[in-house]
Design a protein around this ligand. Structure first.
Ligand code: IDP
Length: 163
């Protein structure tokens, strides 16, 4: 976890948010989206997709040598995810603040208002993802929405806006 770098410019920025399989299957999407909109983000695009092992491994390539990698891939492919482009001034840092710390169990104590405290369980099953820097956001948005969206098993795409 590298958290959080902001470009500090006060200009609109885009970040990538994901409601992970436990968040979707736990029916948290509507509550999460409500918090997103109430916090002043625009949801530019969203899609529900089922990641396969290759997709998930590529997305989390930076963690490929970590002991939790295999379980992380199982978790992220255990059901559909909802991927969103979120836009706001300094979106990266604001979205990281909203989701809270990686360990949802700890978040319940230290950041009880955070999304991970609301819908996550532990350090793995933390129900939401947020890009950790402006550079990561650009890579992750391209990963899902620009380069090869056809590489994903897309269940539903809703375009709110053009990129
Ligand atoms: P982040 O999602 O808060 O940026 P990262 O360190 O980038 O956290 O880890 C990516 C994801 O891998 C986490 O959101 C979580 O699902 C999982 N993860 C991170 N650390 C651990 C761990 O120590 N054990 C099990 N899973 C982990």
């Amino acid at each position: 976890l590298r958290c959080c770098s902001s470009n500090g410019s006060g200009e609109k920025e885009r970040t990538l948010g994901i409601i992970k399989p436990d968040g979707l299957s736990g029916n948290y999407s509507d509550r999460i989206k409500q918090v997103i909109l109430e916090s002043g983000f625009n949801i530019n695009k969203e899609m529900v997709i089922q990641l396969d092992e290759e997709n998930a491994a590529n997305f989390y390539a930076e963690h490929s040598s970590k002991p939790f990698f295999t379980n992380l891939i199982k978790y992220m492919t255990s059901g559909p995810v909802l991927v969103m482009i979120l836009e706001k001034e300094d979106a990266v840092i604001h979205w990281r603040e909203l989701i809270g710390p990686t360990d949802a169990g700890k978040a319940k104590i230290t950041h009880p208002q955070s999304l991970r405290a609301m819908c996550g369980v532990d350090i793995e099953k933390n129900c939401v993802h947020g890009s950790d820097s402006h550079q990561s956001a650009q890579r992750e948005i391209a990963f899902f929405f620009k380069e090869a969206p056809s590489a994903f098993k897309t269940e539903a795409v809703r375009k709110h806006d053009e990129l």
